[in-house]
Design a protein around this ligand. Structure first.
Ligand code: 5GP
Ligand code: SF4
Ligand code: MG
Length: 454
């Protein structure tokens, strides 16, 4: 998911700025979008299922602009827990004894279920099926405390990977789990502050990137100052998949640029798995950065061998195998660059293997002589419990199959994946690699303990 927040000393067009910021974070979630704004007295929310521009019609934005807002939150949803239902769209709000609260959340609480069960036993009622609402209800019970302190108390109870923004009618609070699994950046506005999952969204809101929220830190705006408390000792293991695939290539995450990290992954990949080939072809767009690095290190020409149709959008046809094949053809098509060539095909990851198989098939039909598949991440063998929906374990091709079996399935001449060490070197610090190695730095849900070792 993508999260955003904005706070101004004077009224500002919070709805308009958050809408722009959301467009910059659309890649982080396409299922639902929402914005909450407040003028210090009222708090308004507009949210629905759909892409940002489908949800935020001129009419909806006008409804939010009715307030001379000074602060607000926004969310682009990608469902990990709780299904894709309208009442799960965020911001979630609660009317508490101490006023109204709104929350947006990127990540997952691994202990949401026991906390939810406890709250239910104590008489609480839930309006959504998301883990986010658990925190909202915890906060409602801590309403006697100022919001930043209530957030700190809740952090001591919650487990997992999370980046969160909270607001009441006056205040904006940001927090990040002690492992810093999900990103969260702070920006300065001429007269205020902004927060966003990724810095490119800050730029669109007119904010200058300041720094990231630190793992285990709570940050809030007080008067016109940024206040901070290190609530839990930091133990950083940010998600490697943000650099591999999820984040925008123009993002800076915990001081490491996504594009540069991807190029280095491609360079490491060549070092580990060179291929006798004529050209390097990226699978657009996710394989671009690594292909640049692979080409740079190998000296092979980088060719525009696959065209991605920018108008294909999201297609919902998939009832039969034939139609699913057509869907890939609608999105991607080989160019004449591959004809008669030995191709090194570069992508960032293989999840189910179905798309990769179709792409290899298309390249062969277009006359590629050999296809050497190189993947700039290790095989994904385990589920993510921290907010990335890499599919259920049984759907992950690498959960059951060896590299050689995957190669045979996708029909490549050779196949190689980047090692964990290669990913670590490319990013340059400790990272979570749990979906590759099953070692979960921020714990696993209690009821799935067994899966961790499976
Ligand atoms: P596969 O061959 O596993 O069917 O597809 C691999 C492609 O899926 C890669 O290009 C990779 O970028 C993409 N991919 C990896 N994770 C995700 C994800 O969470 N969502 C989407 N839409 N694509 C993903
Ligand atoms: Fe990222 Fe994988 Fe860790 Fe999930 S399990 S946080 S996707 S590295
Ligand atoms: Mg891709």
């Amino acid at each position: 998911c993508g999260v955003l927040g904005i706070w101004g000393e004077a009224p500002l067009d919070a709805a308009g700025l958050l809408h722009l910021g959301l467009l910059a974070l659309q890649h982080r979630g396409q299922e639902a979008a929402g914005i909450a704004v407040s003028d210090g007295k009222e708090l308004l929310v507009e949210k629905d299922l759909g892409l940002v521009n489908q949800v935020f019609t001129e009419e909806r934005l006008q409804r939010l602009r009715r307030l001379e807002a000074r602060l607000g939150l926004a969310h682009a949803r990608y469902s990990t827990t709780g299904s894709n239902l309208r009442f799960n769209a965020q911001p979630l709000t609660a009317r508490t004894a101490h006023g109204v609260l709104a929350i947006v959340h990127n990540g997952n609480f691994t202990n949401a279920k026991p906390l939810r069960d406890r709250l239910l036993r104590e008489g609480a009622t839930f309006q959504s099926t998301t883990d986010t609402e658990v925190m909202l209800l915890l906060l409602a019970r801590l309403g006697h405390l100022p919001l930043p302190q209530a957030a700190a108390e809740a952090m001591r109870v919650l487990e997992g990977g999370y980046s969160i923004l909270l607001m009441d009618r006056q205040r904006l609070v940001a927090l990040r789990d002690p492992h810093g699994v999900r990103p969260l950046a702070i920006g300065r506005l001429p007269q205020g502050y902004a927060f966003a999952s990724e810095p490119p969204a800050l730029a669109l809101m007119g904010a200058e990137y300041l720094r990231d929220v630190r793992p285990g830190e709570v940050v809030w705006v007080e008067g016109d100052r940024l206040e901070s408390a290190q609530v839990l000792p930091p133990s950083p293991t940010p998600c490697a998949f943000e650099w591999i695939y999820f984040a925008r290539p123009d993002s800076l995450l915990d001081g490491v640029e996504a594009y540069e990290a991807r190029v280095r992954m491609g360079m490491e990949l060549f070092r580990e798995a060179p291929a006798a080939a004529d050209i390097v072809v990226p699978v657009p767009d996710s394989g671009m950065g690594a292909a640049v690095g692979y080409a740079r290190s190998s000296g092979l020409p980088l060719e525009y061998g696959l065209y991605k149709n920018p108008y294909a959008g999201r297609t919902f046809i998939q009832p039969t195998q034939e139609l699913r094949d057509l869907k890939t053809r609608l999105k991607l098509a080989p160019t004449s660059a591959v004809r008669g060539k030995r191709v090194v095909l570069i992508d960032d990851s293989i999840v189910r293997g179905t798309t990769s198989r179709r792409i290899v098939g298309m390249l062969r039909e277009a006359g590629a002589r050999e296809v050497h598949f190189r993947v700039s991440s290790p095989p994904i063998r385990f589920p993510c419990y921290y907010g990335i929906d890499t599919a259920a374990r049984k759907e992950l091709i690498a959960a059951e199959k060896s590299v050689e079996e995957i190669r045979a399935y996708i029909g490549a001449d050779t196949l190689a994946f980047l090692s964990e060490e290669g990913v670590r070197r490319a990013i340059g610090g400790p990272v979570c690699l749990a979906c590759f190695n099953g070692r979960y730095p921020a714990g696993v849900p209690g009821d799935r303990e067994g899966e961790k070792l499976a």
